[in-house]
Design a protein around this ligand. Sequence first.
Ligand SMILES: NC(=O)c1ccc[n+]([C@@H]2O[C@H](COP(=O)([O-])OP(=O)(O)OC[C@H]3O[C@@H](n4cnc5c(N)ncnc54)[C@H](O)[C@@H]3O)[C@@H](O)[C@H]2O)c1
Length: 457
Amino acid sequence: MMSASSQTSRRQFLQGMAAFGATSILLPSANRAFGFQSANERPVFATIGLRNQGWTITSKSFRHADFAALADVDANVLADNVAKVEKHQGKKPDAYQDYRKILDRKDIDAVMIATPDHWHTKIAVEAMRAGKDVYCEKPLTLTIDEGKLIEKVVKETGRVFQVGTMQRTESDQRFLQAIALIRDGRIGTVKKVTCGINGMEASPVIPAVDVPKELNWDLWLGPAAKVPYRALPEIRQGYGGGVPLYSNCHYSFRNWHEYSGGKLTDWGAHHVDIACWALGATDTGPSKISPLEYQLPVEYKDGNPVVDDRYNAATMFRIQVDMPNDVEMIITSEGDNGILFEGTEGRFFVNRGKLAGKPVEDLKDKPLPEGAVEKVYGGPVSANHTANFIEGMKARKQPISDVWSHNRMLEICHLSNIAMRLGRDLNWDAAKREIVGDEQANSFLSREYRKGYEIQG
Ligand SMILES: NC(=O)c1ccc[n+]([C@@H]2O[C@H](COP(=O)([O-])OP(=O)(O)OC[C@H]3O[C@@H](n4cnc5c(N)ncnc54)[C@H](O)[C@@H]3O)[C@@H](O)[C@H]2O)c1
């Protein structure tokens, strides 16, 4: 039974979702009582891709869901995570190398996807077609056209889809407070937003070596072209560590355009996301992208790297993005990681650790109006990003990180990469979602899938 207060919160949550705008669509109602396969109102989940972030989102979800299965193409990663999940929930999840075994199971309500980016779209589309709700890590896609496909399949299947941009829910609501400050006019009219997302490291030449015996390299590559496995012996320390520091596989896939988009999509997916939300630019886009300064670690010809034995994603950059209402956005590898908002009447900075500046100090004497943060979020702020996903699953409503607004901001990140790869400014038609008058640049809106790994749209 739901208490009166939880019914009220549910109602507020639904109203909030409606307030989120064009992205909020009503989905077909669930055909089971609460929509879940288990009798205890807890959804049954499975995670696909476990090594680093896969474990983070799985372990953050134990309070809310039961994990029936895990899939990974690295047998060691799979075995480690089966043991960890069993230890935490007291029940051993089933283990698969091939994620399609998970999609075939009728007892699983939702999948969490934390593979490298080049797999996201294919797995997400197949999961929705198999009747699963989806929590997929950011950046959702490798190309702009993949975003359009995901939107189409969400609409067709009525599945609930959360993107893993958890800054929208978590970080002590710091980003929500930042947006509330702007909505309350504390810096006047916003004129400039600077997203500091740090640079990428270059790499030495990384030789082709034997594939580790625990890794199914062919399946790791999946939709990407067949290439040799590359690695140097030195081991990555710290965050994401325990694997070769330089490779074209675990963790380092971020540095290769074949599998990801460098810092632009890795951190851009977080800070450009908040910037666009703050600007109210969640269903529109820029008119122009200008790569003012940048450095690619290898030579490029016709938008493609001429060598294949070292990292190829931009190491430093300063990109100017012309946003609607004459707002200038700068995406830069220089300076602090975080977002600087500048308006006609002030400026402030926000990142995961702090919210700073005079408008923030002024809050002591002049707090935000009651409910300002909830108004930004569209209802009471969920306990975490998984809880928000599950609330959406129950209500059959899209969660806070819906695919439409995510794709819009990710277009800026993908376009920035295309502009750097081609070395020129791009004019963008946000209504048509096409680059204006540049056939070669438009060819980068999609990619070829390896035979046998095409996506059935
Ligand atoms: N939200 C965040 O803040 C955040 C943080 C870190 C990573 N991420 C995202 O999570 C994703 C994974 O990043 P990571 O650092 O965990 O990478 P990782 O390389 O450490 O882990 C990826 C795992 O996916 C597995 N995998 C690859 N293909 C697979 C397939 N077809 N089926 C099953 N498993 C497969 C790999 O074997 C590996 O274990 C990326 O998209 C990344 O951008 C998000």
